[in-house]
Each structure stands twice: as structure tokens, then as C-alpha cells.
Design a protein around this ligand. Structure first.
Ligand code: GDP
Ligand code: MG
Length: 163
């Protein structure tokens, strides 16, 4: 059976961009607007003869902030329930946010394997901020650029090591 990977994280950190890269879908669209995803939520990936089901989260567009927080929490919880490995994205350009800490707490509580992915490292943004991501208590962050495809081999190596 295919292992299930779920992408979680607050809006605009690059979940859908990574989803598209992992599943290599071209037709899927990544919105330039924070919190807005028009693409599919399930895709498949194949790496070294192994099949994966990849779940994107965050395909919601609530009006108010409260709605957004609730929708995010619900999708994160569903992803936690379904996934074998959780891929938790944070944004190197923006640094650590309060919402990241809330999600991290939920992920730690779940006891499921989590990989902390510091995305948008394409131009070596905020290398100085890496220690702050360590504070999330989810191990050593993996740096990557979903947009440029950097760090994908390290990501697959880390995923394989957990399964
Ligand atoms: P989501 O809300 O978490 O699904 O985030 P998206 O995948 O929709 O990406 C949000 C924005 O971040 C888009 O404008 C993406 O092009 C951009 N983005 C995603 N990955 C990267 C990256 O590695 N580097 C940079 N500079 N931008 C990225
Ligand atoms: Mg998205």
C-alpha cells in the first residue's frame, strides 16, 4: 500500500507548490493569493519504486480570520489522522510565526512522524533564522525551495528513513 504523506502549514508557506512538485502535476494551479488554493488535494508520487499518496491541505477560502484558523485546524487534524508522515512547512522568508507554533504543538501531540521543512530557501533567505525553527521541537529542519526544486533528494531520503 502507498504511504500517505500530508502537507500541513499555515497559508502561503508553499504547500501547494511542493504538492505539485512531488506529484509532478502540471495542470494544478498555485495561487499567488495567500490562503487560496484551487488545485486538487490528492495526488500520487513515485520515488525509487515506491508509491505515495500526497495530501495537500489549505484549499479553503474563508472570509474572516476566525474561519481561517478553524478551517486550518480542522484540515491539520484530518491530515494528522490520515497520514503516515506529516510534512510541516514553514517559510524562511517570513520566519517563525505564531500559527507555526500552534500547528507544531498539535503535530507534536499527535505522535506521528513529522518532518519540519523550511521552504523558500531559494536565495538563502534567513539562514540566520534557522535556530528559531529548531525551537519548534520537531527536530532538525530540512531546507528546501519548492519553487526551484532544491532539497528534494534530502526530503525523499528523510521520508524513506521514517517508513
Ligand atoms: P500554500 O498556501 O501553502 O499552498 O502556498 P502556495 O504553494 O500557494 O505558495 C504561496 C506563494 O509562495 C506562491 O506565490 C508561491 O509561488 C510561493 N512559493 C512557494 N514555494 C516557494 C519557494 O520555494 N520560494 C519562493 N520564493 N516562493 C515560493
Ligand atoms: Mg495551497
Amino acid at each position: 500500500m502507498a504511504a500517505i504523506l500530508a502537507l500541513v502549514g499555515r497559508p502561503n508557506v508553499g504547500k501547494s507548490t511542493l504538492f505539485n512538485r512531488l506529484t509532478r502535476t502540471r495542470e494544478a494551479l498555485v495561487a499567488d493569493m495567500p490562503g487560496f488554493t484551487r488545485d486538487r488535494h490528492y495526488g500520487t508520487a513515485r520515488h525509487q519504486e515506491r508509491d505515495y499518496l500526497v495530501i495537500d491541505t489549505g484549499g479553503f477560502e474563508p472570509e474572516e480570520r476566525e474561519g481561517l484558523v478553524a478551517a486550518m485546524a480542522l484540515q491539520t487534524r484530518q491530515a494528522i489522522a490520515e497520514a503516515d508522515v506529516l510534512l510541516f512547512l514553514v517559510d524562511a522568508k517570513e520566519g517563525l510565526a505564531g500559527q507555526d507554533e500552534e500547528i507544531a504543538r498539535e503535530l507534536r501531540r499527535s505522535g506521528k512522524p513529522v518532518l519540519l521543512l523550511v521552504n523558500k530557501m531559494d536565495v538563502r533567505h534567513a539562514v540566520a533564522e534557522l535556530p528559531e525553527f529548531h525551537r519548534l521541537g520537531l527536530g532538525t529542519p530540512i531546507t528546501l525551495s519548492a519553487a526551484h526544486g532544491h532539497g528534494m533528494e534530502q526530503l525523499w531520503t528523510a521520508i524513506s528513513a521514517l517508513l
